[in-house]
Design a protein around this ligand. Sequence first.
Ligand code: GDP
Ligand code: IMO
Ligand code: MG
Length: 426
Amino acid sequence: MNTCVVGLQWGDEGKGKVVDILAEKADVVVRYGGGANAGHTVIIGDTKFALHLMPSGAVREKTNCVIANGVVVDPGTLIDEINGLKEKNISLEGRLFISENAHMVLDYHKMEDQLREAALGKNKIGTTARGIGPCYADKTGRSYALRMADLLDLETLKEKLTKIIAYKDKLFGALYQADPINAEDIYNKCCEHSKVLSPFIANTTEYLHQSLDAGKNILFEGAQGALLDLDHGTFPFVTSSNASALGLGPGCGVPAQRVDRFIGVVKAYATRVGAGPFPSEQDNEIGDAIRIKGHEFGTTTGRPRRCGWFDAVAVSFTARLGGINEIAMMHLDTLAGHKEVKICKAYRINGKETTFFPGNAADVQAAECVYETLGGWDEDLSGVTTYDALPENTKKYIAAVEEIVGVPVTIIGVGPKRSQAIFRNQ
Ligand code: GDP
Ligand code: IMO
Ligand code: MG
């Protein structure tokens, strides 16, 4: 049984928690897209892990971990994560496979991300400043890109770096009057990174196909959320990869046909970090209440997340994009305490109603939500362990989402811990 877990909103839906739970039965967990812009939280007992590049399966010592070709790897961040896990007595030795073809995020990518955002001023995207866009741009541009395999040949890497940094220096100097890049420092860091990471660099496509042929259970861990998808999200307020389930094939070389379950993770409401349209946003006391109760502050950047009602127009769209068979709805506990709860079931754009998510950000920006209003609940759900024990209004809320989106909700989150999840129809 192979499973793919993806976010159906704007990221931070609780993918880390869902992957952690499902990883109990997985032999291999695979990250196939994004980079250290991701922040996936896993809580085991009193220990909290915030994973950025490492698949969430890393916390289970019997699970193999793959960082596939579609991921952009910041080697320094990855080594920090490996060391952080080591400090908690979790070793990755012999079970971490990093694609030789994954592109490397280096300091000049992070510099460019920050310089570009600063230059955009009030029009900035609100990126995580992790160098993601510039690295993927180098990947598609090809001539100035470096991949993990380059860490295996440091002489050639030096030559390539010299050429790349000369180019970047001219560019950043002309466009942003930036200080020169410290080429020596970057090269020296690469030499250090090479020592630590070389043993893990592999042909992950071959490894994954061998694992498939051997009948292993593989769990694919999406990063970001489908509304941040480069091609299908609210461009340009998106990330630079195919963050929907569509990114799976190119991101790791495994076709979607080999995946049995596509689980879309959502929050019982909606959040977004960074700029961009958000029709159901509640920039008021409702949004504030959700932010406080749900601790809605970024795992990677600590920024407060924008909060709003559940947008079923957006989620119906991303569920279709991803061929989603099941929904995992997190944070139902957080939605407690409202007299009424709302679900956006249609958009009104320039006086016309639609239930299909628009293809451009301007229309999403112009959209006014048409809401279905339901009764709220006050009960503390954090100790509820069965679906039947949920309050009637919570069940009605779940049923309304299932009805509009057309996909069953099979996993329900009632708290951040591993144990705070309810499974239905299993
Ligand atoms: P990811 O990026 O999709 O893995 O999500 P993040 O880890 O960035 O953000 C999700 C946050 O919600 C984390 O702090 C989780 O610990 C927390 N969380 C996950 N599921 C639940 C839930 O059902 N209820 C509550 N209260 N918190 C949850
Ligand atoms: P996880 O995997 C939430 C957002 C940023 C910004 C936009 C572009 O934890 O769900 P980038 O740095 O990628 O160029 O930023 O995308 N973003 C995320 N928001 N969760 C994430 O990852 C995100 N990764 C990127 O806030 O709006
Ligand atoms: Mg996150």
